[in-house]
Design a protein around this ligand. Structure first.
Ligand code: ADP
Length: 760
């Protein structure tokens, strides 16, 4: 236990074991109760989570209800997890240990203690499935439970959010919050104030996806001239016209490339008025040189579909920042999808922070403990498995080249397959999965491939993956619902062999892959085949020595090298962490500013006096105008105008910030710290936002004709349609990486001066 206490952000969950024993004792006395008597106790229960007696009574009742209504008797480890989560800890619980049932117990407990509860699942499918499965238990406690998923109308959503327990995803909640922020007086607020949240796969949501911006956009006019750039850039040559860094995170034009572009376009790209075109040229270059088909995205049904790197699946509703997305669509010869103007955006993490309390569970929470503590002030502990885990985790086999690695791995798969042992191979990308399956075929092994291109067949492929003799090649499947059960005879030949082909950028993801094997006491083996060609090495370290002691098949015996590999992975983790911190810092000021604007907006919507006060500041010396626009017949339109102008001002502010963020790096190379500089500019710009909005309101209303009844009469138009999407991680690497590549050349041109922002 001493060791556990030393790990930052961790806690010893076993301290609550005495409560679990008491739950077991009390449970015995409930077994003979009639249905009616049990129901009466459940609905009559009072629950304060800090009160031991009440918590024990609740979980004893919930166990009995679970037994009778769901056919599941919670294991002690599940009760221990529930007790700890109800008291605010995050639990690390291995795959297949029954986190779904734990979620039911925790959601019901929180709701019975008077909280409004959201349980965030990994996707819509799981949210619907679990809401349905848990309902018999919830209803016994008089609690309503609904899932909020795609395809529901606004009215249905608004209604669903009023349930005691809501199963949904962080994306649904985030998008609905963004929709609420655009709402007009006639629309109903969708999401009530966020209260308690239980996050399934908490590290995936709050760390891997934390910095993904959720975006709400409205229709806007496309930019035509960028199309020709794609064609021009496509004809450039690597090495001559542009250069790509060793880690393939940044690409930059050479002098030669710039000259070619300038000739073709007939302009000076570095002239101040062509800044946008120069940015577009860089975007087109990134699309060409750095973003790879079947690694970063696939093309399906005529659309670019992004692949989520951490999960190896198609990322639902995800786009790159607009210009890049369009550039890739052009590169693939696809129709460019609508250009949108970003109305507002919010990080996944910002959504999570709006809950009053957070708890969660995951099979790999423990590795994330330090981050969860640092980012969200959460404590994490480990729940022992119900049956001891007997999976054998073997040390990595490290080869010199990727080719040697693959041949040896294919040979190991073949050997296991011959004995009938089921094998799951984890690869880094769609392209890798297909290539390796091809190699296996050459070794006479037919493998099923599971990747972003065929994830519809996932349930079926996974159901078969633990069968005797099955071989499955997959991309990283971090999601839940991928519990691999062993088929008849499979345990006798060693259970599932999980073979990872190259390690991920994070040891946590490696462990997720290993965790597919050895569930609930099953036998199994986990091993990684790695090489010095693996991206995690080439992108992060330069080793600088040749390995000694290399076998004829390329296996490295040199004892120093595994350490180098581990080091490379830690560097990768560190880079990611740094990127997160930077992103968070860039969003912090904006988040605060947004709260201010939303505060004004909300008051105008709900408080009749707020409009009068606002207009009194619009016309400080003209009370008759204030009176004229606050009469019962006119005030509705006045409210709409104020909201319109506030939203407009906010959108313009965001757009200027986006431009500043790109431009800020121009100044990095000068003297200032880019973040300080960004915050200084953002603050300065925000100071004038409220004043600008008021000036616009005054202008609009002063010009309004007498008989005006709607925004349209005033020549104002809210976006006719809005849609929501995620902007994926920037594929160009960290802000700093980009800065240097992008600006080294940019700097020779014009240099916007600090504080001077482009205004329309
Ligand atoms: P996890 O999400 O932790 O990977 P699941 O919630 O999917 O695990 O549960 C794995 C399997 O274990 C499911 O088939 C579930 O029905 C079963 N299970 C969970 N809890 C119990 C229990 N207390 N008794 C019997 N089976 C259980």
């Amino acid at each position: 236990m001493g060791r556990l206490r030393q790990d930052p952000g961790t806690t010893n969950l076993r301290r609550q074991t005495p409560l679990v024993e008491r739950i077991g004792d009390q449970r015995t006395s409930l077994r003979d109760l009639s249905e009616d008597a049990l129901a009466e106790r459940a609905t009559g229960l009072s629950l304060t989570l800090a009160n031991d007696d009440e918590l024990v009574a609740f979980l004893a009742l919930a166990s009995e209800v679970s037994h009778r209504r769901l056919g599941l008797d919670p294991f002690s480890v599940q009760l221990l997890a529930a007790v700890n989560m109800l008291r605010g800890s995050v639990v690390d619980m291995a795959t297949g240990e029954g986190k779904t049932l734990v979620g039911f117990l925790v959601a019901a407990g929180l709701a019975r203690s008077g909280r409004r509860v959201h349980l965030l699942s990994a996707n819509d499918y799981l949210a619907s499935r679990d809401a349905r499965a848990g309902r018999p238990l919830f209803s016994a406690f008089g609690l309503s439970c609904v899932a909020v998923v795609d395809g529901m109308s606004t009215a249905e959503r608004a209604e669903a959010y009023r349930s005691d327990i809501v199963y949904t995803t962080v994306h649904q909640v985030g998008f609905d919050l963004l929709r609420d922020r655009q709402r007009t007086p006639d629309a109903r607020q969708l999401v009530p104030e966020l209260d308690a949240v239980v996050v399934d796969e908490i590290d995936a949501v709050l760390l891997d996806d934390a910095m993904v911006p959720l975006v709400i956009a409205g229709d806007a006019d496309p930019v035509p001239e960028e199309a020709s750039l794609t064609v021009l850039v496509a004809n450039l040559d690597e090495g001559e016209d542009y250069e790509v860094d060793g880690d393939r995170r940044t690409a930059s034009f050479t002098e030669n490339g710039i000259v070619r572009l300038e000739k073709a376009l007939g302009i000076d790209l570095y002239a101040r008025e062509h800044i946008e075109l120069l940015t577009a040229a860089h975007v087109a270059l990134h699309a060409r040189a750095l973003v790879e088909r079947d690694v970063h995205y696939i093309v399906a049904d005529g659309q670019v579909r992004l692949i989520n790197d951490a999960r190896g699946r198609v990322a639902d509703r995800q786009r790159w920042p607009d210009g890049l997305h369009a550039a890739i669509e052009r590169k693939e010869g696809l129709e460019v999808t609508a250009q949108a103007e970003i109305l507002d955006q919010m990080l996944v993490e910002t959504v999570a922070r709006q809950y009053r309390s957070i708890t969660g569970m995951s099979g790999t929470a423990f590795e994330a403990a330090e981050r969860l503590a640092e980012d969200l002030d959460l404590k994490t502990g480990v729940i022992a498995t119900n049956h001891p885990c007997i999976r054998r985790d073997q040390p990595d086999r490290l080869f010199v080249t990727a080719g040697q690695r693959d041949i040896a791995a294919a040979e190991e798969v073949r050997r296991a397959h011959e004995a009938g042992q089921p094998v799951l191979v984890g690869t880094r990308s769609v392209a890798d999965s297909e290539r390796f399956a091809g190699l296996l075929a050459e070794h006479g092994v037919e493998a099923k491939v599971l990747n972003a291109k065929n994830d519809a067949a996932e349930a079926e492929i996974i159901a078969g993956a633990g069968q005797f003799g099955a071989v499955t090649v997959s991309t990283q499947m971090a999601g839940r619902g991928v519990d691999i059960q062993l088929g008849p005879g499979a345990a006798e030949v060693g259970g599932l062999l999980v073979l990872g082909l190259g390690r991920y950028d994070s040891a946590r993801l490696d462990r997720q892959l290993r965790g597919r094997s050895g569930r609930q006491g099953d036998p199994g083996t986990g091993v990684f085949y790695t090489s010095l060609d693996d991206a995690v090495v080439t992108e992060n370290v330069r080793i600088g020595y040749e390995p000694r002691a290399v076998d004829s098949d390329g296996l490295i015996g040199d004892a120093r090298f595994p350490g180098y590999y581990d080091h490379a992975q830690r560097v990768a983790e560190g880079k990611l962490l740094q990127l997160h911190r930077t992103t968070r810092n860039y969003h912090r000021a904006t988040d605060n500013h947004r709260q201010t604007v939303l505060g004004t907006r909300e008051r105008i919507l709900v408080d009749p006096q707020a409009l009068t006060d606002y207009l009194a500041r619009v016309w400080p010396t003209e009370p008759d105008k204030v009176a004229a626009w606050t009469e019962p017949t006119t005030r509705q339109l006045a409210i709409e105008v104020v909201l319109y102008q506030l939203d407009r001002a906010w959108t313009n502010h965001l757009n200027r910030l986006a431009a500043t963020r790109e431009g800020i790096h121009l100044r990095v190379l000068g003297r200032q710290n880019p973040l300080d500089e960004f915050n200084r500019i953002a603050n300065a710009d925000f100071q004038t936002l409220g004043i600008d909005a008021m000036a616009e309101v005054r202008h609009t209303l002063d010009q309004a004709p007498r008989d005006v009844t709607s925004l349209a009469d005033l020549g104002l138009r809210r976006p006719s349609s809005t849609w929501t999407y995620l902007v994926t991680d920037n594929p160009f690497g960290s802000e700093a990486d980009r800065a240097v590549a992008f600006l080294g050349r940019f700097i020779r041109g014009s240099q916007p001066t600090a504080g001077q922002l482009p205004r329309e």
